[in-house]
Write a protein that binds this ligand. Sequence first.
Ligand code: TRP
Length: 486
Amino acid sequence: MTARQQPKNLWIGRWGFVLAATGSAVGLGNIWKFPYMTGEYGGGAFVLVYLACILCIGIPAMMTEIAFGRRGRGSPIDAVKRVAQESGRGKIWSGFGWMSMLAGFMILSFYVVVAGWSLAYLWKAISGGLQGGSVEDMAAIFGANNANPLTLGAWSTLVTVVTMFIVGKGVQEGIERSMRWMMPGMVLLLLAMIVYAMFSGGFGEAVTFLFSFEVGKLSSAGLLAAMGHAFFTLSLSAGAIMAYGAYLPDSKSIARTTFTVAICDTLIALMAGLAIFPAIFANGMDPASGPGLIFMSLPLAFQQMPLGNVLQVIFFVMLSVAALTSAVSMIEATVAWLTERKGMSRKRAAWSSGIVLWLLSTLAMLSFNLGADWTLAGKTVFDWLDYLTSRWMMPLGGLGLCLMAGFLLRDEIFRDELRLSRRQHALWLLMVRYVSPLGIVLIFIDALGVMSIDIGSQWPWFLAVLVAITVLGEMLSPRVRRQLVG
Ligand code: TRP
């Protein structure tokens, strides 16, 4: 029995999928979240662990996720179910598909709020509302922007409506076309900002802050955050990449695609860091200022730059477009599922999920004004949505898919989809069976406080544990070895 279904609707052109997947990956996560998290968790140590997570956990997980999507040719729920059934496993495994779909939905509900900030700032940039000479002035503008639930809600509602409109139309062409100018445009703009920063102060400090790798300085919370962010920034375990993978033509190489997307995404995040931190240091701002960081530092930096007003408008246009191309990917899984399983038209599916989304996102939006003190354990609704999805649901989903692919399902499926050389396949298996699961589990254990991890001094132990578990696993079920020796 072969489960290979015919795809219903394929990406256009050679670069279609890469553009769409990059559009999903590159977003607020790179330009808004990465800098503020780096600032909060102390700089270089966070960056280093984040890069390690991308390489050892994110890339293998992304390959696995695309393989599931393409093999199953359906929404994440159906794709996981079909691939499991092809290996003679029960429907229960589609639970991971359900969890991803839910995570995508929850992420989108706070993502539209931040995308709303971006639109609000675009409007302020055009209408001259971002004047002021000090960090305090900028903090006041940011505070005022959030204080009024009606205007703040109007911006996030606008983002929701535009997202649903695009998704309802069927997304490929629009996304692909906007990505073609946006990616090069974004790189050029960030480069210009970096070059400017090199000559105007704060740059050396920024480089030291971002790249002085003192791993010992990283807290458990920082470790968990770095792993969660690796999932977030690559759009993993929330249905997006799997749903897009369902439209990937058979002829495309999953490995090559994955590396292209991951490299673009990482470069843009690092460039954003290099463009943003000089302004923070030059103006004596605290890098640990939290989610408002870029909204408080950048307008100040743009004011000091030649042509700053124009560049600022361009910057917020790009940030908003980047946010939209990510937002549409987060709801694609839900919409695909509603059309396949509930027989809805795309439009109807988009608008009905839009309504539910709007309710949840309104709660998230209220965290910045009326609901600022609806907290549980010190976290607002907005914080909880972010925390639960990024730190727990996405890594758990990634863990589940990797273990399924590594141990539970028939290896032919993945050999068929990934089409790697024998050595490369063995390496991929090693990653999904041992390296990424162990990494994820260790970080969870550390975060739960069961034991504390200090990679800086304890890494030989972790390596020993990894080797021991690998050897044990290969004695019990020797897949990797079989691949290696043929
Ligand atoms: N990766 C995007 C960013 O960095 C956000 C995103 C899009 C996302 N789709 C996702 C995050 C799916 C998690 C899951 O901004």
